[in-house]
Ligand binder design. Structure first.
Ligand code: PNS
Length: 164
């Protein structure tokens, strides 16, 4: 695995969780730079947070990383975006076995579209294994406590969204 390389970590990040943060930190042990690429789908967007809010939260979380973590967004195919950024590796996290089928299909499809682009799976840490943006939003919307599962700035934004 080449150092001085750029990895793209794509996703919805609605919002970024401590599972994502753990994965970015692991990726920084292998790659010089990580681009967190937030996928947008204008027409079909049912995200809780706007793109700007998601980008801002990610930037706040990684502001102390000497520019090694960049936040960006893209529309359209991930493989085209990766090519435009001259990245050759896509990072995805694997949590439970249930992630595998979906991730495997995406990796194969991306590989078919751009064979030179590799997908690299990183295991999520054991304390972040069960965290997902979807569950975090559900728990907060029903009045539950998610502190420790998301960065502090995200916790504040979630509280504001659900007016608590
Ligand atoms: O965090 P998510 O929602 O699991 O991320 C999924 C994401 C954004 C990585 C995936 O939907 C994606 O790559 N979207 C961009 C459009 C695209 O390239 N689709 C084909 C994927 S095989």
């Amino acid at each position: 695995m080449a150092l001085n390389n750029v990895a793209i970590y794509p996703g919805s990040f609605d919002p970024i969780t401590n599972g994502h943060v753990d994965l970015v930190k692991r990726t920084l042990r292998v790659f010089d730079k990580v681009i967190i690429a937030i996928a947008t789908n204008p027409g079909k967007d049912n995200s809780l947070f706007s793109l700007d809010e998601r980008l801002q939260m990610v930037r706040e979380v990684f502001k102390g990383h000497d520019g090694r973590v960049q936040a960006d967004s893209f529309e359209g195919l991930l493989v085209d975006y990766a090519e435009g950024r001259r990245a050759t590796v896509i990072i995805r996290g694997l949590r439970a076995v249930s992630d595998f089928e979906y991730e495997f299909q995406m990796a194969m499809m991306n590989h078919r579209l751009k064979p030179k682009l590799e997908t690299l799976f990183m295991m999520t840490g054991e304390s972040e294994f069960y965290i997902s943006s979807r569950l975090v939003k559900e728990v907060v919307s029903l009045g539950g406590n998610v502190s420790g599962l998301v960065p502090d700035n995200v916790l504040k934004k979630l509280d504001q969204k659900f007016k608590r």
